[in-house]
Design a protein around this ligand. Sequence first.
Ligand SMILES: NC(=O)c1ccc[n+]([C@@H]2O[C@H](COP(=O)([O-])OP(=O)(O)OC[C@H]3O[C@@H](n4cnc5c(N)ncnc54)[C@H](OP(=O)(O)O)[C@@H]3O)[C@@H](O)[C@H]2O)c1
Length: 318
Amino acid sequence: MENKLSKILIFGGTGYIGKFLVKASVLLGHKTYVYARPITSLTPPSKIHIHRDFQSMGVNVVHGELDEHDKIVALLGQVDVVISALAYPQVLDQLKIIDAIKVAGNIKRFFPSDFGIEEDRVTPLPPFEAVLEKKRTIRRATEAAGIPFTFVSANCFGSYFINYLLRPREQRHNVDVYGSGEAKAVLNYEEDIAIYTIKAADDPRTLNRVVIYRPEKNIISQFELISLWEKKTGQSLNKVHISEKHIVELSKTLPHPRNIPVAILHSLFVKGDLMSYELEKDDLEVSKLYPDFEYTTLDRLLDIFLVNPPEPAFAAFE
Ligand SMILES: NC(=O)c1ccc[n+]([C@@H]2O[C@H](COP(=O)([O-])OP(=O)(O)OC[C@H]3O[C@@H](n4cnc5c(N)ncnc54)[C@H](OP(=O)(O)O)[C@@H]3O)[C@@H](O)[C@H]2O)c1
């Protein structure tokens, strides 16, 4: 029988969230393509491993650079949906993808590399604001080109930030608390973020819409997260408070790009930007859109951490 599911092309598929997206796309039965940089003598073994994994999963890996316009246009002709999970420094390179999508003319949905805070509804400290401004540029260029889109506001990558905040692999006695510790954030398991995104790709309800990933059981403050972890491990942690004043100061004094992570921490965990706006009747929230999908609650995610903590991936935050 013919596969009616969209064929999905992922840019940045070899990256942190990209790998989850590729797996979810394959799992949900989509013919899946990844456009990735060619392997060279400088490619680390871990990346070569990812390429091999993809091939063994039946993913079509096409090698190329982002400025190979004709190659990208030709590849776009074979697919229906484009998801970009390119890293932050490549955000503006997505204009090249947009140009290629315009020429190809057949793409039914484009997901730019958002996957974080709802950038059209917040104004964080300048270093993070500059990042969001670039992401907004891509949103506006997508809209102006008349490309059908879905904009994903995935909130925090759950394992990524649990690893950062709690350091479960390091067996530390101290835990840093940013600001009051009471601001609410949203931490979603990466596997779920990926599944929700792939589900949204073929969903007419998400066409030309922003989709917000805010499942109720994943809304939590730093204090609540620490306390839940203490209960699960049976060990209490010494809370080291880092004041808002100090964080703001660091965001002004650290050189670029080291000033970005502190500005992000300020936005997510001090100001509580993820929960700073109410969801209106018209807003699309994933756990409401896909109620049959049993998402991984934070409680369950911490259980996963107890047994086998996912690898930390926050080098950019150090
Ligand atoms: N919500 C959250 O908590 C959170 C956390 C982190 C990131 N994010 C967002 O998620 C998105 C993806 O971030 P990520 O951390 O998953 O990215 P990442 O792991 O750093 O890398 C993503 C991809 O970018 C590719 N790339 C890097 N340099 C490139 C270049 N010069 N040319 C072409 N491709 C290049 C990488 O290819 P190679 O594999 O070949 O290097 C990789 O496939 C971003 O929008 C980021 O802002 C959100």
